[in-house]
Design a protein around this ligand. Sequence first.
Ligand code: NI
Length: 134
Amino acid sequence: MVYVTRRETFNAAHRLYNPNYSDEENLKIFGKCSNPNWHGHNYVLEVIVKGKVDESTGFVINQKDLKKIIREKVIDKMDHKNLNIETDFMQGVIPTSENIVVAIWEQLVNEIKQGKLYSVKLYETENNYFEYRG
Ligand code: NI
C-alpha cells in the first residue's frame, strides 16, 4: 500500500458555543473561542489516500483529481467563510476541529474513487491537530 497526502490550507471564522447554554456558561466551556463577535484560524488540512499503485498510470490517485475534489467539496466552502453561518455541511454542529474533521471526511469519502480515503488531519494551530479515520 502507498499512502498519498495532499495538503491544503484555508482560513475561516467561527464561534464555539452551544445555543442551549448562556453566554456565561459558553465562556466557561469554550473560553475565548465563544467570543460572540467571531475569531479566525489559519487551518492546515491533510487528506491521506491509500491504495495500490495503478500499473497503467503509476499513481494511487491522480493528484490533479484529488486536488480538484478537495477544492470543490471542502476548500471552496470553507476558505474565507464563517463556518457557523456559511458552510452548508457545518450547519447544526458546533464547529470544533473535532466536528470539522469528521464533516470533511464525510464530504470526501464517497468522492475518492481511486484508492481509498485513509485519514483526514486538521491542524488548527501549530500545537493542535485532529485526525479522523472513519
Ligand atoms: Ni477557534
